[in-house]
Write a protein that binds this ligand. Structure first.
Ligand code: CAA
Ligand code: FAD
Length: 378
């Protein structure tokens, strides 16, 4: 068993660390104004971060899930919004196309996505189908050589700025989840409109939108996998996605911890740095332990994926623990900063707001527990 990163993994983490420093100066403004980080998304494409696990022949960086997690963690320490833009694009869109797409789909759609030329979004959720993801109301009626798409998707990350969308929809109601398909939809297709940007608590510079379809014709060639594969596609893709969100949560927690640790050594009360008060030391000790545990769970889930072993339960465990740790310890990081933690320039209030979503998207904490429980009781 090795707990050391390889030279290659250390190098990629270093590259991500350097890039993350560039994110820092504008991060408060982007959060406040909900400004999408276009230039940084372009730069992530140039660095190979937008197709990290896609083979080089399809425009990707050909790296493994562990490298992906290391990069996400570093980016999320500084800017969790940029991290989720990258995560949804990589784990949900590029992964899905690479694993299950046809050669034609990979040439046409995966290549420009993996190189960062185009941005992707993944749309499973609907106003009445969040946790209960099989109850899809969006329909994709089989019309022979195309599907007729109607309905509404909501909460879609990268929803406004994407070029390519993976849309989950019900074709055959009688077949239940086995009658669901996943279709590749391009921005600009007739009948496809994008709703206003959501005004969110956190991850504010990522864009979240509803997507509306009214008699949108999607060619049959844009279906991924066999007829009825759409729900399994979503579940398999989300298994990997949850490792990405675990890494995002881990980064948020670790970023807040770094700030709290540094601040505790500088801030003096009662004649000594607050790090010398035992109450603060105990908070720091708990942070160190629980963040490291989240890191080990996240790296292990990525490692299992890289080994070709089953990793759904490990991904859910990593996502559940890392997101709970992120929420708990960003609150503590604000506490360690006292009043200064409550204002924007110290960053921890933003990290606290950003942490909350990691307990909700890609399956809430309750859903992760359900997935884990089903696995252990099987
Ligand atoms: N891999 C492969 N197949 C799977 C699977 C997996 N991990 N999990 C379930 N399935 C299959 C089952 O085997 C079953 O198929 P069969 O009947 O053919 O065997 C089918 O899927 C239905 O499974 P269940 O009976 O378990 O379905 P359920 O209705 O009980 O729901 C659930 C299961 C785990 C709760 C699922 O609905 C779920 O994951 N809900 C949460 C949805 C979610 O995570 N949404 C995230 C949206 S994306 C997002 O949020 C992105 C972002 O923020 C950036
Ligand atoms: P509900 O399913 O209505 O759940 C409400 C509450 O009930 C939760 O606490 C939940 O845990 C609990 N609950 C539900 N069922 C059970 C149960 N069986 N047992 C115990 N508790 C239960 N979706 C996408 O498809 N693509 C995206 O890119 C995407 N990005 C998102 C970005 C943001 C900012 C947000 C807010 C959401 C995003 N989502 C996306 C949607 C997200 O995945 C859903 O919000 C999430 O899955 C929860 O669904 P819901 O909001 O409908 O809550």
């Amino acid at each position: 068993m090795h707990f050391e990163l390889s030279e290659e993994h250390r190098m990629i983490r270093e590259a991500a660390r350097e890039f993350a420093q560039e994110l820092k100066p504008g991060v408060i403004e982007r959060d406040e104004l909900a400004k999408f980080p276009f230039d940084f998304v372009k730069k992530m494409g140039e660095l190979g971060f937008m197709g990290m696990m896609v083979p080089e022949e399809y425009g990707g960086a050909g790296m493994d899930a562990l490298a992906y997690v290391l990069v996400l963690e570093e980016i999320a320490k500084i800017d969790a919004s940029t991290a989720v833009i990258m995560s949804a694009h990589n784990s949900l869109v590029c992964y899905g196309l690479n694993a299950f797409g046809t050669e034609e789909q990979k040439q046409k759609y995966l290549k420009p996505l993996a190189s960062g030329e185009k941005l992707g979004a993944f749309a499973l959720s609907e106003p009445e189908a969040g946790s209960d993801a099989t109850s899809q109301h969006t329909t994709a009626i089989d019309m022979g050589d195309y599907y007729l798409l109607n309905g509404t998707k909501n909460w879609i990350t990268n929803g406004g700025n994407s070029d390519i969308y993976l849309i989950i929809a019900q074709t055959d109601v009688e077949k239940g989840h086995r009658g669901i398909n996943v279709l590749i939809v391009e921005k600009g297709m007739d009948g496809f409109t994008i709703g206003p940007k959501e005004n969110k608590l956190g991850i504010r510079s990522s864009d979240t939108h509803s997507l509306m379809f009214s008699d949108t014709k999607v060619p049959k060639a844009n279906r991924i996998g066999e007829e009825g594969f759409g729900f399994k596609f979503a579940m398999k893709t989300l298994d990997g996605g949850r490792i990405g969100i675990a890494a995002q949560a881990l980064g948020i927690a670790a970023g807040a911890y770094d700030l709290a640790l540094a601040y505790s050594k500088e801030r003096k009360t009662f004649g000594k740095p607050i790090s010398e008060h035992q109450a603060i030391q105990f908070k720091l000790a708990d942070m160190e332990v629980e963040i490291e545990a989240a890191r080990l769970l996240t790296y292990k889930a990525a490692w299992k994926k890289d080994q070709g072993l089953p990793y759904g339960k490990e991904a859910a465990m990593a996502k559940l623990h890392a997101s709970e740790v992120a929420m708990k310890h960003t609150v503590e990081a604000v506490q360690i900063h006292g009043g200064y933690g409550y204002v924007k320039e110290y960053h921890v209030e933003r990290l606290m707001r950003d942490a909350k979503i990691t307990q909700i998207y890609e399956g809430t904490s309750e859903i992760q527990r359900l997935v884990i429980a089903r696995e252990i009781l099987r």
